[in-house]
Ligand binder design. Structure first.
Ligand code: DOR
Length: 463
């Protein structure tokens, strides 16, 4: 009887496998064990500082092997496809731990589908969606809904933060939300103002071994402001956002976490020199504090507002040259752990307004790599260090096994032409929204192809 059952189970399993393979073949045109040989590549893995000329083999969704001598005697039979990389850089896909994909609720600005196409075009293979959608991701059912939409429509890997607090300002069901896949918690867009609630959140998150990510802003100091409080806000007669509104919150939270064991506090889109000084001190004293910076905060200053108007309005705002230089220095010294875009799509009717009333935020996925590479071309950082801030370092912050080239890991890869000079054209963005101050900007370094789980999801040649 046991034997018959075993045979029956084997037959059912085989039928299911064949159905799965057929479904996959129908959907993508690729079978589950489809083998692709990437030859003639410059393979770079920032985590191991590997930089070799060689080949890489994927089978289905995984990396099988790579190296300088792989296929040295020619590509063996049994390979389904061979891609000649023509000496271009083959490296891990980028990981952006801060994007707003607006679904559910504001699909006219971006959907998970269009956001993921924008990510793929920017070489980003994994994103972390912020939960400030409408409704916000603060319950298990909404988290499951998001995961379902992602599974059905996304071209890239979708991770998500869930909210720290509910609309009633109490804590969300953090344990359950972690169980359904939240990689961290944040109220991004808004800070957690109440220090008691923040302390509770830090306590629970420490038990769950998951980061709390803060949008550091004391609303009592910033409320009503549109741009940085300083020479430009004075000149334009616009209410400013004090830089201390950020650093005061960072400092408060570092004090709150000090006596909590095993806690991980992450600061989103850091923008002020004073915040970095507080973070550096906290790191030095052994606290598990991490932070990210956006490309716009290490590239532009408040002066950009005069040229670009609301296209240079975001929260936190662009600050002074002193702050910008501190961001570059923070990236160099490691006080800043990673680069993240804060990709914040807005339609024309939200942006085509006077500075005071326009929405905060700019899109960033399709400009992430070339703007970051400026740090390398300007000789401010070495290539490995820049790429580390875009790959395994952000992946490590949210504890996902991405951003590295390793055998048996997901084949999330990009092909990059480091030398290609090109001009950013926002009208060509795959994102539904075009709100970026970088239109017409000359850059160097271009994503040629993006591969997620072994499949090409973007190719410059066919875009
Ligand atoms: O500029 C911003 N836009 N900063 C945020 O914190 C939120 C974001 C948005 O959701 O548009």
């Amino acid at each position: 009887m046991h034997h018959i059952l075993k045979t029956f189970r084997f037959i059912i399993q085989s039928i299911l496998n064949i159905m799965n393979q057929t479904w996959n073949l129908l959907q993508t045109g690729q079978k589950n064990d489809y083998k692709i040989a990437y030859v003639n590549a410059r393979i770079i893995d920032p985590a191991t500082r590997l930089d070799i000329n060689g080949s890489l083999l994927t089978c289905g969704s995984k990396i099988v092997d790579f190296g300088a001598s792989l296929f040295a005697n020619g590509v063996p039979s049994g390979i389904d496809e061979m891609i000649d990389c023509q000496g271009l850089v083959l490296m891990p896909g980028l990981v952006d731990i801060h994007v707003h994909f607006r679904e559910p609720g504001q699909e006219h600005k971006e959907t998970i589908h269009t956001g993921s196409k924008s990510a793929a075009a920017g070489g980003v293979t994994t994103v972390v969606c912020q939960p400030n959608t409408v409704p916000a991701i603060d319950t298990v059912i909404l988290a499951k809904y998001l995961k379902y939409i992602a599974l059905e429509t996304s071209h890239v890997n979708i991770e998500f933060y869930a909210k720290i607090t509910t609309a009633e300002r109490s804590l969300t069901e953090m344990a359950l939300l972690k169980e359904v896949g939240a990689v961290g918690f944040t109220d991004d867009g808004m800070p957690v103002m109440d220090p008691f609630v923040m302390r509770q959140a830090l306590l629970y998150s420490s038990m769950l071994n998951i980061p709390i990510a803060q949008h550091a802003e004391d609303l009592n100091l910033s409320a009503g402001g549109a741009i940085n409080e300083g020479k430009i806000s004075e000149e334009l007669g616009i209410k400013g956002i004090l830089s201390v509104s950020e650093s005061v919150m960072v400092t408060r939270d570092i004090l709150l976490m000090k006596d909590i064991e095993n806690v991980h506090y992450h600061i989103l889109h850091v923008s002020s020199k004073d915040s970095l000084e507080a973070i550096a001190r906290a790191k030095k004293s052994g606290l598990n504090v991490t932070c990210e910076v956006t490309p716009h905060h290490f590239t532009l200053t408040e002066d950009a507002v005069k040229q670009h108007g609301a296209l240079a309005k975001m929260n936190p705002p662009l600050r002074t040259e002193d702050d910008r230089l501190a961001m570059v220095e923070g990236l160099k010294t490691g006080v800043i752990d990673c680069i993240a875009t804060d990709h914040a799509p807005h339609d024309c009717s939200s942006k085509d307004l006077p500075l005071e009333s326009a929405a905060f935020g700019i899109v960033g996925l399709e400009t992430l790599l070339p703007l970051s590479l400026k740090l390398y071309y300007n000789k401010q950082m070495d290539l490995f260090d820049v790429l580390a801030k875009l790959t395994y370092k952000p992946a490590d912050i949210i504890n996902v096994p991405r951003g590295r080239i390793q055998k048996d890991r997901a084949a999330d890869l990009i092909l990059v032409d480091l030398d290609q000079e090109w001009e950013i054209k926002t009208k060509d963005f795959a994102s539904k929204s075009k709100n970026s101050p970088f239109d017409g900007y000359k850059v160097k370094g271009r994503v040629i192809r993006t591969i997620v789980s072994g499949k090409t999801v973007y190719s410059l040649l066919s875009s």
